[in-house]
Design a protein around this ligand. Sequence first.
Ligand code: SF4
Length: 414
Amino acid sequence: MTLDLLPMDPGPRTLPVLGDAAKAALDPYMALIVGYRKSGLSLNHIIGCPLDCGYCVRHFWGNFDVKVPHLLCPTDEAIEMLVSHHAFRPHTTPIQLFNKATDPFLPGVKPHLFQVLQALDSRGYTNHVLVITRFHVTEADMAALEQLEHVRVTLLFTYSGIQDPRVEPIAKSEVTVRSIRTAAAHRTRTGVVLYWRPIVPGWNDQPETMARVLDLGQAVDAIVFTGYYHKPQNADFLRDLGVEVPYGDDYARRKVMPADLDAHVVAAWEASGINTPLFRKTSCGVAYAHQAPDYNGHWGVREICDICPAAQRDRCAADYREPEPADMQDVLNLFGYDSDFVIEPGHIWTHGLGEQRRYAIQHTLRHQIWELDQPHYLHAHGRSLTGHSSDPDQLAAVTAVRAQFEDAARYEDD
Ligand code: SF4
């Protein structure tokens, strides 16, 4: 396929390095090279992207106008930062590469992607590595991925079925569709996931659009579906282009997937009759692609598992173990963290760790780790929330926080 069909210039083959002044002016989130996210420890030393997806999260951090990918540091330094991160554990910590502010298969980014993959593989690490793209993946790329011997790579192809070029300028080129077919046809050890997102009412929830996505999904290991981030920055951008954006000014929710839309997606998948499993959570689809149990412990939030294949449910059930207090304390000690905690069925409450630390623990224990912003409750009642009388207001507050976390476990950022 020739890249001439693209509506945008995919950027240089040799990337410029971002100057110190520009670096100093970056939003701290954009400047963060290694950070922990729900799907794994995330390496992002290249930022900038020409693909112009209208809903792009870079709107939130003032980076959307940077169309040329730039290096924040040399790739060998970035690799060292990743593997020396305090939370990195060989064979355990899931890793994400270039998932925040660029596409890893852009011509200038791809050599760095392979440098990182080969560096991890040469050390014998078997960690999951997630690579999200919508760009051009060739047979040669697949051959290079298939030569890796240790790291468990999953390609997640963002494909929404949206045809409106104001929202998805790349769609017309069909580059993503071709890449999915190429990857699926040339994979043996590489996981291939169709990342069906964002699903947005009015944009891509029509039966024929959904049927097209699901038809393409026949070729891959798993389909993962999610909503989109509805925030003023991307909503204003799209509305300025004349795009109808649903959900009004209800910007508080992080990722929007109303229950009726969830049901609509599941019904479309069931009606399609395809054999490819559908998942609500990224880590579930990735784990399934490698015949592994979910590394985020979603089995503890069983309601999301209703659409999961029986063999995968068995895998997660067999892997599931409620940690003992000593297990949790060991992990806290391992990372040098400090928190009170409460073990409840399916999850552990912690306090004040922050997202990054919680996810590091979650991936180590393969168990849901939640934040209870009610330290008084923790301190007052030690390690059990059951079997005692308590202030009804306080119990109601804890119940509300628990409900929030159950909801977040379904819809939070991957
Ligand atoms: S059984 Fe549940 S936790 Fe495990 S992969 Fe399936 S959906 Fe995810």
